[in-house]
Design a protein. Structure first.
Length: 401
């Protein structure tokens, strides 16, 4: 039961309703991503359609919370409990006789196919127009990659600035670094107190007291300094929460040098150098992020890219992985599951900072969160400095790490 007869018309009209009634920021790029996402799922599965469109068309937390009601209002306008096939159709009534049938056949022959759709800029509720086909198989295949649009390519989207953190944020980061226990080293070192008696150093010290061993010497195994890897989801659905995650990264970089910071959307980008400069007090702007900020979401693909490019030298038994993301992913759940399993196996702890946890009645039912949840050690929300200060008390590190 749809307001229009073709899928492109319905999708464009739905996007126009989101803009008009709920203030969504939906443009041509989002519509194109939505059309590509719909093409690779089963249209008969209502939940699959909801989960595919929600992260693409929602750019803020408020949009995410309002999306389900808007979806139901638009596509299921009838009273509760009434099957759609029992409701009166809202499509254009066919004309009687042969003339009406001929008009309907002509309209159907000119209707665009959902596989080949594009949207004019500032499009409203009108139908989409077919896009030109290409002979390049690689280029045509890339058109159907989910959520590849990056608003940073537009002139009205500014690159994110790294905020200057207050003292309270730095104090909370210092407590977190000190309290995280990732085990002890294998090497024994001299200490005033320890678990092993150092006979050689005790005997050498006794030479200064006439051979009397008045002061015992000890050995201990010092605690390993944890390394932190912060992965910030910069997709549109994160909104201001992504900048808050960057604030956490800057605060941690101000108290430890053992930190690596990355941003991702549909691509991964290392921003450690800029974060460290911002922690030192410089003004920094993350330019050139392109598809690593303000676009769609491909969490599994970006985590897999991180493991392939940086995993060998950044992830170990003393590493705490911190992923700041709402978990709204349009990629393959198997890809995200495999990447999270590898991160869990190779690291000391996986911390997932999800801003949606503070929302009423939130449940991690999105496909991305369901795939990642079994491999998360700490699942919390950090929306302010008080929550960041509490993070040090709730972070879990696996035994034997």
């Amino acid at each position: 039961m749809y307001p229009f007869g073709t899928f492109p018309e319905n999708l464009a009209a739905f996007a126009d309703a989101l803009r008009r009634d709920h203030g969504f920021r939906v443009g041509p790029g989002e519509l194109r991503d939505a059309a590509h996402a719909i093409d690779v799922i089963d249209l008969s599965d209502e939940q699959a359609v909801r989960h595919a469109l929600r992260p693409i068309l929602s750019s803020t937390l408020a949009d995410t919370l309002a999306f389900d009601q808007a979806f139901t209002t638009f596509f299921f306008p009838g009273p509760a409990g009434v099957r759609q096939d029992r409701m009166a159709s809202t499509r254009r009534e066919r004309g009687p006789g042969a003339e009406g049938r001929e008009a309907d056949a002509a309209a159907a022959s000119h209707a665009p196919h959902p596989d080949d759709v594009s949207v004019e800029r500032n499009a409203g509720g009108g139908p989409m127009t077919p896009s030109e086909s290409t002979d390049d198989a690689v280029e045509e295949a890339s058109l159907f990659a989910p959520s590849t649009y990056s608003p940073l390519e537009a002139d009205n989207i500014e690159a994110p600035e790294l905020p200057r953190v207050a003292r309270a944020w730095r104090d909370a980061a210092r407590v977190l670094v000190r309290r995280v226990q990732v085990g002890v080293t294998r090497r024994w070192q001299p200490a005033a107190r320890g678990r092993r008696f150092d006979f050689r150093r005790t005997l050498r010290a006794s030479l200064q007291t006439g051979g009397e061993a008045l002061t015992a010497r000890w050995l201990h195994r010092p605690r390993r300094t944890p390394r932190f890897v912060v992965l910030v989801d910069g997709s549109r659905s994160m909104g201001d929460d992504a900048r808050r995650a960057l604030q956490i990264a800057v605060a941690m970089a101000s108290v430890t040098m053992r930190i690596e910071v990355f941003t991702f959307s549909t691509a991964l980008r290392r921003v450690t150098h800029d974060v460290r400069r911002a922690a030192a007090g410089e003004w920094r702007c993350l330019n050139g992020l392109e598809h690593a900020w303000a676009g769609g979401t491909s969490i599994g693909g970006c985590l897999r890219d991180f493991l392939r490019r940086f995993g060998e030298r950044t992830v170990g038994r003393d590493t705490v992985i911190m992923i700041a993301s709402d978990g709204l992913d349009v990629g393959e759940p198997e890809t995200l599951r495999d990447a999270m399993r590898e991160l869990h196996r190779r690291s000391a702890s996986v911390v997932w900072l999800n801003p949606l946890i503070e929302s009423l009645r939130y449940e991690p039912t999105a496909s991305g969160m369901r795939a990642a949840r079994p491999f998360i050690d700490t699942f919390v929300s950090v929306n302010d400095v008080a929550a960041f200060a509490r993070l040090a008390r709730v972070v879990r590190v696996r035994a034997g790490a």
